[in-house]
Design a protein around this ligand. Structure first.
Ligand SMILES: C[S@@+](CC[C@H](N)C(=O)[O-])C[C@H]1O[C@@H](n2cnc3c(N)ncnc32)[C@H](O)[C@@H]1O
Length: 272
C-alpha cells in the first residue's frame, strides 16, 4: 500500500504545472546537462521516463530514443503532453513506480524530482524495483532535492523573508531567490524528512490576508504549491541509501544559481 496518494495530489496540478518555473521544473541548463550525460553514458536507445516531464520527452525524441513514460496521473500525462514542443511516438503507461511490472529492460532510466514524491519509507522499495528495469550496462539519471546544509544551520524565518522583501523587492524579482528561501524554509520545517510543500505558501497567504504584504509582494514570494507531500534527505544520507543498490558514477548540478548548489543533485547511477 502506498503511503501517499500521489494520483490525488497531482491531479490538482494538471491545469497549472505549465506555469511552474525552474527549479520546480527543469531549466534549459538542466536539460543540457541531461543531454550531455545521456550522450556520455547511454549505450542503447531504449528509455524509461519516470513522470511525464515534457522537456525530457522532447530531449529524448531529439536523441532518437524509444521512450516509455510511466506516470500515475492520467491528467498530468495529458497536460504535460500538451506542453511538448515536438511530436514523437511514445509508450505511455499509467502506473505507480512502486508497483509497476515491466517485462522489458532499458538502457536509460531518467526522472526529474522523482524520489521526492515518495514517502521516505518507500525509497528502498523504489530503488530495488527500478533496478530490475535497467540493462546491466544501463544508467539511471536520478535528479532530486537534497539538503546540503546542516538543518541546524537553517535560520531563515518568514519574518526575515518579509523583511528582505520590504527592503529590496527587486531581490525577489529573480524567482530563483524566492525559490531558495522556499526550499530552505521548507527543508528546515520537515518532520522525519517529509513536509507538505504548500505549508509556506499557506503562511504567505495568511500574511496577505493580514495585509502584512500586498498582492504584488505576495506574487513575488508565491510558489503556487497546493498540497504535495515532498520528502528529501541530507545529501550524504541519500547517497548512503542509494549506495546499497547503485554506484554513483557522476554527480552534477546546475551552476546558474546557488539554489541548485544547495538543494539539487543530478546523480548518474549504475547497478551494483
Ligand atoms: C516527476 S514528478 C516532478 C515534476 C518534474 N519536476 C516535472 O517538471 O515534470 C511529477 C510527476 O510524477 C508523477 N508521480 C508522482 N508520484 C508517482 C508515483 N508513485 N508513480 C508514478 N508517477 C508518480 C505525478 O503524477 C507527476 O506527473
Amino acid at each position: 500500500m502506498s503511503h501517499i496518494n500521489k494520483k490525488k495530489e497531482w491531479q490538482d496540478y494538471a491545469k497549472v504545472w505549465g506555469y511552474f518555473q525552474s527549479p520546480w521544473v527543469p531549466s534549459s541548463e538542466r536539460i543540457r546537462i541531461y543531454g550531455k550525460l545521456i550522450k556520455k553514458y547511454s549505450k542503447g536507445r531504449e528509455a524509461l521516463l519516470l513522470g511525464a516531464t515534457p522537456a525530457i520527452r522532447d530531449l529524448l525524441a531529439k536523441l532518437k530514443f524509444r521512450v516509455t513514460v510511466v506516470d500515475i496521473s492520467p491528467l498530468m500525462i495529458k497536460a504535460m503532453s500538451s506542453l511538448r514542443k515536438m511530436k514523437s511516438r511514445e509508450k505511455v503507461i499509467i502506473a505507480n513506480w512502486l508497483t509497476i511490472r515491466l517485462n522489458k529492460k532499458f538502457d536509460l532510466i531518467i526522472g526529474d524530482t522523482v524520489i521526492n514524491n515518495l514517502h521516505p519509507k518507500e525509497y528502498v522499495r523504489f530503488f530495488r524495483r527500478i533496478r530490475n528495469f535497467l540493462q546491466d550496462d544501463g544508467v539511471f539519471i536520478n535528479q532530486s532535492v537534497v539538503l546540503t546544509k546542516h538543518v541546524n544551520k537553517i535560520k531563515i524565518t518568514i519574518d526575515k523573508i518579509i523583511g528582505k522583501l520590504k527592503k529590496d523587492p527587486k531581490y525577489y524579482e529573480n524567482y530563483l531567490n524566492s525559490a531558495y528561501d522556499y526550499l530552505e524554509w521548507s527543508c528546515g520545517h520537515a518532520k522525519n524528512h517529509l513536509i507538505d510543500w504548500s505549508t509556506l505558501e499557506r503562511e504567505y497567504q495568511k500574511r496577505l490576508e493580514k495585509s502584512e504584504i500586498s498582492p504584488a509582494e505576495f506574487r513575488l514570494l508565491s510558489s503556487g504549491f497546493k498540497t504535495l507531500r515532498i520528502s528529501f534527505y541530507p545529501e550524504k544520507k541519500l547517497e548512503k541509501i542509494m549506495s546499497k543498490y547503485w554506484r554513483i558514477i557522476e554527480k552534477r548540478h546546475e551552476k546558474n544559481h546557488q539554489v541548485h548548489r544547495d538543494f539539487y543533485r543530478i546523480y548518474v547511477l549504475k547497478k551494483r
